[in-house]
Design a protein around this ligand. Structure first.
Ligand SMILES: [Zn+2]
Length: 505
C-alpha cells in the first residue's frame, strides 16, 4: 500500500516542502530510500525500524521503498525519520490515511521512539504556513521556535507513540501557545560600560560605531581591555525590531544553534570565532551559515585580526560590503544575510608593546611592517574606525569620576539613529545628490577638510567614504543637521592605520 506524509528540508535559510512517499509491497524484506538522500537520511532506516518496534507497532517483513520528492534536490539530516515512520504506519494500516493529511512533520527518532530536535523547525513552520497546512508536528524541544510564527498550528511531540495517539484522535495534543515573548529590557543581557575604567577614546569610538552601524578596529597592547570593550557594543545598540528578531531566530534555527525550548531570540548576537577558524566556518559553506551570518544584526568580533588566515580576511570583504554572503554548494549557490558590525582587535606590533610605556617593543621595523601588511588595504578600507587603546598611565585611570554606564550611551545612540532614520525618510521627498547619501548634508568647510585629508592620507574612494559615514554618525550624535568640519576632523582621527607612524607617538 502507498502512503505519503508532508515534510520539509532546508534550502539555505528557507525550507523546501518534501513529500515523503512510502510503498510497502510484496517481495523479499528490504528497506530502500531514494530521492537524493544523504548519509544521515539513509541511516533513518535503522532508526525508524527500531523506533516503530520499540513504540509497540509492527513492521511486517515486506519490501519497503521510501521516495523523497522532489527527487532532484539533495535531502539532508535526520529530520525525515518522523515522516517516514508515520507514512510507514499509514502504509501498513496502523494509522488511517486521512489522519496525516494536511500535517507537515519533521523530527529525528531515537531507537526507543523518542523524538530529538532538528535544525530548521522555524523554516519548516514557515513552509507549512505557506502551504496552508493543518498543523506542524515537531519534536517538543523545537516546538517553541516553530511557534514564534503566527497563523500556524504547532504540536510538540515527545515520542512517536504520542504522535500516533494524537493523529488517531485518541489523545489529542493541545497546540503550542505562541512563543513571541516580550523583548527583554533594553541593554539586557550584555555587560555594562560602567565596568570599563578610562579609555575615553575607545569608549567614544564605540558610541560612534553604535550610532552609525560602523565597523571598528581596536589597536593596543595585550591586557588593556579591547575584548571587554567589544563585548559592550551590543548593549549600546537599539533593541532588535520584531522582523529582525524573527530573522535572527530563523538563522539560529537553521544552524541548529537554538537551545531546546527556545522561543523568539531577541538579543543581538555576539560572535567571536578563533583566529584559526576556516573560511567555511567564518563565511559559511556546504549549506551551513558561517559566523558572519550567525552575527547578523549583531557583532562579529575578530580578536588578533592579523593572525586570521589570509583567505578568511579576503573572503570577509564581500559580506562586509554587501551585508550578505553567497555560499557555493552542490546545487548552485545560496545567499545568507550577514549584516553585522565588525569589531576587530589587534596588537600594534608582533610583540604587542609598541608605544607601551611599561615595556619596550622588541620588534624590528621590518617585523612591524610585515605584521601590518597582513591586513590588506581593501579590508582596512572596509573598517570605518581605527582607534588606539593605550595602556592607561599607572593609577591615573582609577581616579576621577565613575565611568558612564551603557544606558546613558545607549540613550544618545538611540537619539542619533532616530535622527538618521528621519533624515533618510525625508530623502524620499528631497533626494540628496547621487553618491552623497551616506553623509548629506554637509557644509563647505567640511567638504574642504575631506578633500585635504584624502590627499594627505592618500585615502582611496572607499576609505574616504568611510570617513564621511563616520562624520555623519558623529554629526547625528551631536544633534546636527549638517556635517561640519569638526565632525570630519574627528572622523579623520579614526584612520590610525592609514598613518601607522602615528602609533609610535
Ligand atoms: Zn613590538
Amino acid at each position: 500500500m502507498l502512503a505519503s506524509v508532508l515534510s520539509a528540508t532546508l534550502d539555505g535559510l528557507d525550507a523546501l516542502a518534501v513529500s515523503v512517499e512510502v510503498d510497502v509491497g510484496p517481495g523479499l524484506p528490504s528497506f530502500a530510500i531514494v530521492g537524493l538522500p544523504d548519509a544521515a537520511v539513509c541511516e533513518a532506516r535503522e532508526r525508524v525500524r527500531s523506533a516503530i518496534r520499540n513504540s509497540g507497532f509492527d513492521l511486517p517483513p515486506r519490501r519497503v521503498v521510501v521516495n523523497l520528492a522532489p527527487a532532484d534536490r539533495r535531502k539532508e539530516g535526520p529530520a525525515f525519520d518522523l515522516p517516514i515512520a508515520l507514512a510507514l504506519l499509514v502504509a501498513t494500516g496502523q494509522i488511517a490515511p486521512d489522519a496525516v493529511t494536511g500535517y507537515l512533520a519533521l523530527g529525528e527518532l531515537a531507537l526507543d521512539g523518542t523524538l530529538r530536535p532538528v535544525p530548521g523547525a522555524l523554516a519548516a513552520a514557515e513552509a507549512a504556513r505557506g502551504l496552508g497546512a493543518r498543523g506542524v508536528l515537531v519534536p517538543a524541544a523545537n516546538a517553541r521556535e516553530a511557534a514564534v510564527l503566527e497563523e500556524v498550528t504547532v504540536y510538540g511531540l515527545g515520542a512517536l507513540r504520542g504522535a500516533v495517539e494524537h493523529l488517531a484522535g485518541r489523545a489529542p495534543l493541545a497546540p503550542v501557545p505562541a512563543a513571541r515573548d516580550d523583548p527583554p529590557p533594553a541593554g539586557a543581557p550584555y555587560p555594562d560600560l560602567a565596568d570599563v575604567r578610562g579609555q575615553p577614546a575607545a569608549r567614544r569610538a564605540l558610541e560612534v560605531a553604535a550610532a552609525g552601524g560602523l565597523n571598528l578596529l581596536l589597536v593596543g597592547p595585550p591586557g588593556v581591555g579591547k575584548t571587554m570593550l567589544a563585548r559592550r557594543l551590543p548593549g549600546l545598540l537599539p533593541p532588535l525590531a520584531l522582523e529582525d528578531a524573527l530573522e535572527v531566530t530563523k538563522i539560529y534555527s537553521a544552524a541548529g544553534r537554538l537551545p531546546p525550548h527556545a522561543g523568539l531570540r531577541w538579543h543581538r548576537p555576539f560572535r567571536s570565532p578563533h583566529h584559526t577558524a576556516s573560511a567555511a566556518a567564518v563565511i559559511g559553506g556546504a549549506g551551513r551559515p558561517g559566523e558572519v551570518t550567525l552575527a547578523h544584526r549583531g557583532i562579529l568580533f575578530l580578536d588578533e585580526l592579523p593572525e586570521f588566515r589570509r583567505d578568511v580576511l579576503e573572503a570577509l570583504r564581500q559580506p562586509l560590503e554587501d551585508g550578505a554572503v553567497v555560499v557555493a554548494r552542490s546545487h548552485g549557490t545560496v545567499r545568507y544575510p550577514a549584516a553585522c558590525t565588525l569589531v576587530a582587535a589587534m596588537n600594534p606590533c608582533p610583540c604587542g608593546y609598541r608605544g607601551d610605556p611599561r615595556r619596550p617593543c622588541t620588534c624590528t621595523p621590518a617585523q612591524v611592517q610585515r605584521y601590518l601588511a597582513r591586513l590588506s588595504g581593501p579590508l582596512l578600507d572596509r573598517i570605518d574606525l581605527h582607534v588606539e587603546v593605550p595602556r592607561p598611565a599607572a593609577g591615573g585611570a582609577l581616579g576621577g569620576k565613575e565611568p558612564e554606564p551603557s544606558a546613558a550611551v545607549r540613550a544618545r545612540v538611540l537619539a542619533a539613529t532616530t535622527r538618521a532614520a528621519q533624515r533618510r525618510a525625508a530623502w524620499n521627498d528631497h533626494p540628496p545628490p547621487r553618491g552623497t547619501e551616506a553623509w548629506w548634508p554637509a557644509d563647505r568647510s567640511a567638504l574642504a577638510l575631506v578633500r585635504a585629508a584624502a590627499d594627505r592620507l592618500m585615502l582611496g574612494a572607499r576609505a574616504t567614504n568611510r570617513v564621511l559615514r563616520a562624520a555623519r554618525a558623529i554629526a547625528d550624535l551631536d544633534g546636527a543637521q549638517a556635517v561640519t568640519a569638526s565632525h570630519v576632523a574627528e572622523a579623520v582621527r579614526y584612520r590610525v592605520l592609514d598613518r601607522p607612524a602615528a602609533l609610535d607617538a
